[in-house]
Design a protein around this ligand. Structure first.
Ligand code: HEM
Length: 159
């Protein structure tokens, strides 16, 4: 029973993490392509809120339930599988934290631009960073999903 409940929460939060990431990235890109400053102001604000309301709790609950499952199943913490997950999870975090900072900067810039004016060059440069950091984070999450399901490297211990 405990295993099923913890795994249920783990998979729900994995879905929230991935779904919120995909969804917010899509709406940010659509707003950026529209070049409509009023839309960008609203969308960036909502993306920041979504990161606080959904992504942040999902990241925390994901790690807690992941470690909890490891203990229930007696999976080895010195396995290649676990090292791979933690490495990728840290990589996702290292991409995501600057993305959050960039989103705040994008919102501030957009708020200082009049609705019919063009966006400054700094805005486009920050968007390029935002996209460049999002791609490795997205690919890492896909690999984590694979590792979770296939358990590749679970039987190989490091030390
Ligand atoms: C600290 C990081 C994490 C740890 C320690 C961890 C650990 C675990 C463990 C021990 C299981 C149970 C496997 C089983 O029932 O045999 C599991 C299942 C699962 N995890 Fe994670 N996990 C982590 C992060 C993630 C992330 C980031 C995702 C995806 C975004 C994810 C998605 C899944 C899925 C889909 C399953 C179900 C796999 C299956 O039943 O075949 N996990 N995880």
């Amino acid at each position: 029973m405990e295993y099923n409940v913890v795994k249920y929460i783990h998979i729900i939060t994995a879905t929230v993490l991935f779904g919120t990431g995909m969804g917010t990235a899509f709406f940010m890109l659509m707003a950026y392509i529209s070049k409509d400053v009023a839309t960008l102001k609203q969308t960036t604000h909502h993306v920041i809120l979504a990161d606080w309301f959904f992504t942040t709790p999902a990241v925390i609950i994901q790690s807690i339930t992941g470690i909890w499952l490891m203990n229930i199943l007696h999976y080895p913490f010195n396995s290649v599988w676990f090292a791979g997950i933690i490495g990728l999870y840290v990589l996702v975090g290292l991409c995501w934290i600057p993305v959050v900072v960039i989103q705040y900067k994008l919102r501030t810039i957009a708020l200082n631009v009049k609705n019919n004016d063009a966006l400054p060059l700094q805005y486009h440069a920050l968007m390029r960073w935002w996209i460049s950091l999002g791609i490795p984070a997205f690919v890492s999450i896909l690999i984590i999903y694979w590792l979770m399901i296939a358990k590749t490297g679970l039987g190989i211990t490091l030390i």
